[in-house]
Design a protein around this ligand. Structure first.
Ligand SMILES: *[C@@H]1O[C@H](CO)[C@@H](O)[C@H](O)[C@H]1NC(C)=O
Length: 227
């Protein structure tokens, strides 16, 4: 086998490899990088950490069905309960809880904002946290005493001026409305740390054992054919 033939097969191999890689990349871009998992006895390993409870333990972003409304709130691991606000009161449930999960926690950002400014954040992609007719419900959080309480940011779909952050204070189990809070935004363009490393290496050829195996196999075939 001549050198130009080897070069041809090698190029063919590289083309096949990289077109396959490109197809996979396109596919993942179309999917949202988060999902709600049903809570059963333990918090899923890929749950997105959200806040802190009174003991300083991490809390998670939960969602419950309450009076035909989906409401986001804080899941407290030690209590195995979801606490959320509705009708100016703290509500609690230990049933039918969903937890927000992701494989890419780095693609989420908590944007510090206020009731007045939240509607004007450019390029926002806030996470929809629930469903309530006449409202759009996002996820927010605020520091209350020594906790970081997860709650809901609601926008009225009728009057654009009606925006509010609602949560509850665990210390006294009463509702809280805050003018300054953080809202949860999803930014899929933020590259995962592993990918950044890969790029920094200048496109290392062997990204996995399978790549190395294919390359080795190809070399063996070429050597076999040339003898
Ligand atoms: C509950 O505690 C919070 C935080 O300390 C406070 O802002 C709120 O006024 C309290 N509510 C009641 C009803 O005591």
């Amino acid at each position: 086998m001549k050198l130009h033939q080897i070069a041809f097969y090698f190029t063919l191999f590289l083309c096949a490899r990289y077109s396959q890689g490109a197809a996979i990349d396109d596919e993942t871009e179309e999917l949202e990088g988060y999902y709600w998992r049903h809570y059963t006895d333990h918090v899923p390993k890929d749950a997105l950490p959200g806040g802190k409870d009174m003991k300083g333990e991490t809390t998670y972003i939960g969602q419950a069905l309450y009076r035909s409304i989906l409401i986001p709130g804080q899941f407290i691991v030690g209590d195995r309960k979801l606490y959320f606000e509705w009708g100016d009161a703290e509500r609690v449930t230990s049933d039918n809880i969903k937890i927000l999960c992701t494989k890419h926690p780095e693609q989420f950002e908590w944007i510090r904002t206020t009731t007045e400014a939240v509607g004007n954040i450019p390029d926002k992609n806030f996470i929809l946290g629930g469903f309530e007719s006449d409202f759009t419900v996002y996820i927010g959080r605020v520091a209350i005493d020594n906790t970081l309480a997860i709650g809901k940011v609601i926008f009225s779909t009728h009057e654009s001026s009606s925006v509010g952050f609602h949560t509850t204070c665990r210390q006294n189990a009463s509702f809280v409305r805050a003018q300054e809070f953080e809202v949860l935004n999803y930014e899929p363009k933020i590259p995962p740390p592993a990918k950044m490393e890969e790029k920094a290496k200048g496109g290392a050829m062997f990204t996995s054992k399978i790549d190395a195996f294919c390359f080795g196999l190809m070399i063996s075939v070429i050597l076999f054919l040339t003898h």
